[in-house]
Design a protein around this ligand. Structure first.
Ligand code: PEP
Length: 256
């Protein structure tokens, strides 16, 4: 049965691909996936390739995302990029609070919350990433950690804005490791995130917000994850760097 929400599959290219390589990859995705019927597809190249990839995606249904953004409108923030700068390249989505930013750049829930509010206020759709470490899972803290990250990241978000949110549940121990959460483990956390969204925005809105799974998703394991009632797509790292593996995941979403 198709989900009412529709799937969203996004590729997080991280710090990979020169502009020329990014163009080649984007061309391949558009060629293999010119018809995105039923699945929303978003490519998130590095900042340096946004303009070049925007030109490739212009006449296709594939959307453009960024991997990060600063909450301020402009100013003395060397090395940072604002929401309006992203908007000027037709960026529609922005990944916020990825675990790599939380870990290597010490991003807090409060700072991520500022970014979420700025993104929404500037017409960008945040993909808010949350997820637990392995020690946190082993100690039985997964749901508590995720609860704090979701509530912390979404403070002051209004019901009107909430429809534009995407949440990505990414267990940190599954990112880039080849270890995937079992469909049951992932569904348990996704259902609990859905419950938090109901609490924050009411059930009608919560039912519309897509919750992606991320963490070593591949064509071979995507179908069973996507079959889960609260898994509405994928945030894909490694497997998004090759046309075949990325489009294989999109195909799995299309077939659901
Ligand atoms: C990610 O970093 O968002 C991710 C899901 O990576 P991977 O697919 O490589 O585990």
């Amino acid at each position: 049965m198709k989900k009412r929400r529709g799937y969203i599959v996004a590729g997080n290219w991280k710090m990979n691909k020169t502009a020329a390589e990014a163009v080649e990859l984007a061309r391949g995705v558009v060629r293999e996936w010119g018809n995105a019927a039923g699945v929303e597809v978003v490519l998130c190249p590095p900042f340096t390739a946004l303009e070049a990839v925007a030109r490739i995606l212009k006449d296709s249904p594939v959307l453009l995302g960024a991997q990060n953004m600063h909450p301020a409108g402009s100013g003395a923030y060397t090395g940072e990029v604002s929401a309006q700068m992203l908007r000027s390249f037709q960026v529609s989505h922005v990944i916020l609070g990825h675990s790599e930013r939380r870990e290597y750049f010490a991003e807090s829930d409060a700072f991520i919350n500022e970014k979420v509010l700025t993104a929404l206020g500037n017409g960008l759709k945040p993909i808010l990433c949350v997820g637990e470490t392995l020690p946190q899972r082993d100690q039985g803290d997964t749901l508590g950690v995720v609860d704090a990250q979701v509530r912390g990241g979404l403070k002051q978000v209004t019901g009107e804005e909430a429809e534009n949110l995407v949440i990505a549940y990414e267990p940190i121990w599954a990112i880039g490791t080849g270890k995937t959460a079992t469909p049951r483990m992932a569904q348990e956390v996704h259902a609990s995130i859905r419950g938090i969204l109901v609490d924050l925005f009411g059930s009608a809105l919560a039912d519309k917000i897509r919750i992606q799974y991320g963490g070593s998703m591949k064509p071979g394991n995507a179908a069973e994850l996507l079959l889960q009632p609260d898994i509405d797509g994928g945030l894909i790292g490694g497997a998004s760097l090759e046309v075949e593996s990325f489009t294989g995941i999109i195909e799995a979403a299309k077939a659901r």
